[in-house]
Design a protein. Structure first.
Length: 319
C-alpha cells in the first residue's frame, strides 16, 4: 500500500515537471550561466608544489659494537618535521631570500614592506604541508591569488626555496651535532690517553724498582730459543687482548648499572641484537602513539583507552 502511494506521488511530480519543462530548463540554464559568470569574475588562484623525502638521521654507531642502528622507528618524526617546515626557523630565511615582505605588501596594496611576523603569517596562510600516505615524503604546496604573469614564477620559487632552506637547516643541525660529538669524543680520548700514559709510567717504575726484564730473563733461562721467544710474545699479546676485553666488559657493566627506564632498554637493544626485541619496541611506540591520540578525544575510563593501556602493559611484559 505504501509502495503504491509512493509511486503515485512520484508520477504526479513527474507530470508536473513535464508540463512545466520549459521553466525547469530555463531555471537550470540561468543557474549554470550565473555560476559561470561568477567563476570568471573571481580572482584566479595558482598553486605550485614540490615533494621531498624526509628521513630520520640514524645513529652513527652503536656505542658498544660500532654498528649502525637503522631499525629504530619513530611514529612522530614525520609530524615533527612538518611542524619544523612551518616554523620561523625555515620560513624567515625564505621570506628574506625572496624579499616576500615587499611582495606581500605590494599584493595587499600596502606601501613599503610588511613586518616579518605579518609576512610569516601570510606565507603560512598561502602554504600547506602534507605527508604522502605510506611514504616518508612530504608535499609542500603554495597558493597565491594574483595576475598570472606575476605569480606563477613566485609560487614555484617559494615552494622550491622552502624545501631548500629546510634541507640546509637539517644539514646544519646535523653538522653541529656531529661536531659537538667529535669534541666530546676527543675530550674522552685525551682523558683515556692520559690515564694510559700514567699507567705506563707506573708500570715502568715498578719494573725498574723490581728489576724485571721478561724477555731477557727468558733468554737466559731458555737459551734464547727464537721459537720460544716468539711464543712468549704471542702469549703476551693474547694476555693484553684478554685484559682489554675484560676492561671493555667492565665498562659496559658500570654504564648499565647507571641506566634506568628507556635508556636502559635502548642500551640493552644494542647488546642483545634480537630482531624480536626490535619488533616489540616498534609495536610499543605505535601503541603509545595510539594511546596519546585516544586521550585527546576520549576520557581516561573509555573502553578504548583502557584496552590500549592493557596492550602497552602486555608489550612491556614481553619486552
Amino acid at each position: 500500500m505504501e509502495t503504491s502511494l509512493g509511486r503515485t506521488h512520484f508520477l504526479e511530480y513527474w507530470r508536473v515537471l513535464q508540463s512545466r519543462k520549459e521553466i525547469a530548463i530555463a531555471v537550470v540554464f540561468v543557474i549554470l550561466i550565473a555560476g559561470w559568470l561568477i567563476t570568471l569574475s573571481m580572482p584566479k588562484e595558482y598553486m605550485a608544489y614540490t615533494r621531498m623525502t624526509v628521513k630520520a638521521v640514524a645513529s652513527d654507531i652503536d656505542p658498544f659494537k660500532g654498528q649502525r642502528d637503522d631499525t629504530r622507528y619513530d611514529p612522530f618524526y614525520l609530524r615533527t618535521q612538518i611542524e619544523v617546515i612551518k616554523s620561523k626557523v625555515v620560513l624567515d630565511p625564505v621570506i628574506s631570500n625572496l624579499n616576500l615582505r615587499a611582495v606581500f605588501a605590494n599584493a595587499a596594496g600596502v606601501p613599503g614592506e610588511l613586518p616579518m611576523s605579518s609576512a610569516r603569517a601570510e606565507l603560512l596562510r598561502s602554504m600547506r604541508v602534507t605527508s604522502l600516505l605510506d611514504t616518508s615524503m612530504v608535499r609542500i604546496e603554495v597558493y597565491r591569488k594574483a595576475p598570472k604573469e606575476s605569480v606563477t614564477r613566485d609560487v614555484k620559487d617559494i615552494a622550491d626555496t622552502i624545501a631548500r632552506v629546510y634541507t640546509d637547516v637539517c644539514t646544519m643541525a646535523e653538522k653541529e651535532r656531529v661536531q659537538a660529538a667529535i669534541v666530546k669524543l676527543e675530550a674522552e680520548l685525551h682523558k683515556y690517553l692520559k690515564q694510559v700514559a700514567e699507567k705506563e709510567k707506573e708500570k715502568e717504575r715498578l719494573r725498574r724498582e723490581l728489576g724485571i726484564n721478561v724477555f731477557d730473563n727468558y733468554r737466559k733461562e731458555g737459551g734464547g730459543d727464537p721459537i720460544a721467544e716468539l711464543r712468549l710474545r704471542e702469549l703476551e699479546a693474547n694476555r693484553i687482548q684478554a685484559q682489554k676485553l675484560m676492561n671493555d666488559r667492565q665498562t659496559k657493566l658500570e654504564k648499565l648499572r647507571n641506566l634506568t627506564g628507556d635508556a636502559l632498554l635502548n642500551t640493552l637493544y644494542f647488546l642483545v641484537q634480537d630482531p624480536n626485541l626490535s619488533l616489540l619496541r616498534r609495536d610499543m611506540a605505535e601503541a603509545r602513539r595510539k594511546l596519546k591520540d585516544l586521550r585527546e578525544s576520549c576520557a581516561e575510563l573509555h573502553p578504548d583507552v583502557v584496552r590500549q593501556k592493557a596492550v602497552i602493559s602486555e608489550l612491556s611484559k614481553q619486552i
